[in-house]
Ligand binder design. Structure first.
Ligand code: HEM
Length: 274
């Protein structure tokens, strides 16, 4: 019922936390705690060029520890009393070889919260931004919502939430005639690979009907994103729910303000007029 909303704060930001809380079995009344913790952890990963980040780093670490303690305590309450959620499954794993230690349980569950939060927020927000910049594509999706899954794939290629990752080779490796020495830091420019003109026809064009769209939006190889199926469902559901309301919507600010983060790309806010 409002004329103007912030797609990030009012819509995209709360969704992935709510979803992962429900999957983990966090009681609804505690979801706000997770909003607070992820906020602080994600902010601590942003890079301010001239800023002193000591305080932010400290706050991020503290939030991680509090979140870990909460999740381990909640899992402990479910030991021997399964409740059908992920935390309960982790703690009641019958095979000792597969059972997680307390540290592994904390790290794994924190990772599931962090890896799937900002990324999914950015995919939804980048999606709204891309479509509002292209009214003809927005109209087409509104007429043919069946195209949405392919539009989400194209967003992951064209405007990906994760731009780069780092690898450190364990031995000298040869890549296209160049030797990368063991132990050096290698930046994988995933977003650039997804716009490689040798691989993609007209790579700088957003085309929701693009055939053979094998992008690097979720990485590749053994570290391929394991939340990808969930992220796809969340983005399709969120954009699908918003599409009917975007007929006369327009961007209030273009470009919107972005997070200062070399790895994750997405607007910090996206005000739109409905
Ligand atoms: C649009 C949303 C998402 C994007 C763009 C994304 C992107 C990525 C990328 C690029 C990687 C590869 C990292 C690397 O190679 O170093 C990755 C890994 C990972 N993602 Fe996602 N992700 C998303 C959502 C999620 C969700 C919802 C979850 C879980 C709930 C998740 C959990 C993970 C985990 C655990 C890994 C590490 C896998 C490994 O190292 O074996 N992600 N993600």
């Amino acid at each position: 019922d409002r004329e103007q909303i912030d797609v990030v704060d009012d819509f995209a930001y709360p969704l992935p936390i709510t979803v992962i809380c429900r999957l983990m079995g966090v009681p609804r009344e505690d979801e706000a705690l997770f909003q607070g913790w992820t906020d602080v952890i994600v902010a601590s990963a942003d890079i301010g060029p001239e800023e002193d980040t000591t305080e932010r780093d400290k706050a991020g670490l503290q939030a991680r520890q509090e979140m870990g303690r909460y999740l381990v305590d909640l899992a402990e309450q479910r030991r021997g009393r399964p409740t059908g959620d992920m935390l309960s499954d982790f703690i009641n794993e019958p095979d000792p070889a597969l059972r997680l230690t307390v540290e592994e349980l904390a790290e794994t569950t924190i990772l599931l919260f962090i890896a799937g939060h900002e990324t999914t927020v950015n995919l939804i927000t980048n999606g709204v931004l891309t479509l509002l910049r292209r009214p003809e594509e927005l109209d087409r999706l509104r007429r043919e919502p069946g195209l949405l899954p392919r539009a989400v794939e194209e967003l992951l290629r064209y405007e990906p939430p994760v731009h780069m990752r780092e690898r450190i080779p364990l031995a000298d490796i040869d890549v296209a005639g160049t030797t990368i020495p063991e132990g050096t830091s290698v930046i994988l420019a995933l977003a650039s690979g997804s716009r490689d003109p040798k691989r993609f026809h007209e790579p700088d064009r957003f085309d929701p009907t693009r055939p053979d769209n094998e992008h690097f939006g979720f990485g590749s190889g053994i570290h391929l994103c394991y939340g990808a199926p969930l992220a796809r469902i969340e983005a399709e559901t969120a954009l699908g729910a918003l599409l009917p309301h975007l007929g006369t919507a327009r961007l209030v600010q273009d470009p919107p303000p972005y997070r200062q983060n070399a790895m994750l790309r997405g607007p910090r806010h996206l005000p739109i007029h409905l």
